[in-house]
Design a protein around this ligand. Structure first.
Ligand code: SF4
Length: 246
């Protein structure tokens, strides 16, 4: 006999959340929630426990999430769903429907490896904004992600996001964290050129912060200096508008 899950303890695989954040969706006050698990193993990842140890982290029950989101009613503009990699969770559409049911907008952070999931979320109008991390130039994906090459999937996601942005109000951000060794000058220029040819409107380059990393060796990497990044952003701007963060 099938056992029905108690609504009070039902969960979406959420492993943590930040009740109020002004950093995760530009210009908006949001609650950010984190799903466990990821299909990449980026050495410079800041969320190692969510990636490597998610099975041992307790799930936040649905009713606790609802309390957190509704008690901020009127304050927050929406929810940022981050990870880990949210799109590898089969519960993501259900979670998005739950949040939409509370009248909140949704921004999704993704590595872009699941274009089918992304398309179904867009088609069902379950997301309002997407930030896609382009880890490095496509030929270096196995190095940056420490996994078999999934860059073709990422390219598919880029194409479908550009198309969706042109046909709807979906907000789209393509971004790269400039981690020395994994992301060099040529990588940034190649990504900018690729995005421009694909029809992207803009590109964000982010400073690397080696504070917490999945691989200890990545914590030893010294970030690029500000002038180098500013010059690089300017050079890449020959392809499309490039914005610098951090
Ligand atoms: S940086 Fe993102 S894509 Fe890479 S391992 Fe961490 S959560 Fe996964």
């Amino acid at each position: 006999m099938a056992v029905k899950e108690d609504a009070a303890v039902m969960s979406f695989g959420i492993k943590g959340f930040v009740p109020l954040s002004m950093l995760d969706w530009e210009g908006r006050l949001v609650t950010t929630i984190f799903l466990g698990n990821c299909n990449f193993r980026c050495p410079f990842c800041h969320n190692a426990s969510l990636v490597l140890d998610h099975k041992n982290l307790p799930d936040i029950p649905q009713d606790m999430l609802k309390d957190a989101l509704t008690s901020k009613g009127g304050w927050v503009d929406g929810v940022c769903i981050s990870g880990g990699e949210p799109t590898i969770s089969s519960k993501l559409p259900e979670l998005a429907r739950f949040i939409k049911g509370l009248g909140l907008q949704i921004k999704l952070d993704t590595n872009g490896t699941q274009p089918r999931m992304l398309k179904s979320l867009i088609d069902d109008k379950l997301i309002d904004a997407v930030a896609l991390d382009i880890k490095t130039s496509f030929s270096k994906y196995p190095l940056a992600t420490q996994q078999p090459d999934m860059s073709e999937k990422v390219k598919q996601s880029i194409d479908l996001l550009i198309e969706a942005e042109s046909k709807s109000n979906l907000e789209v951000e393509f971004r790269t964290t400039a981690v020395p060794t994994f992301v060099e000058r040529e990588d940034v220029l190649q990504i900018a050129e690729y995005l421009a040819k694909a029809g992207a409107k803009r590109y964000h380059l982010q400073q690397y912060n080696p504070k917490v990393t999945l691989e200890p060796s990545a914590g030893e990497i010294k970030p690029y200096n500000k002038d180098f990044l500013a010059d690089l952003a300017q050079e890449a701007s020959k392809s499309l508008p490039v914005y610098l963060r951090g």
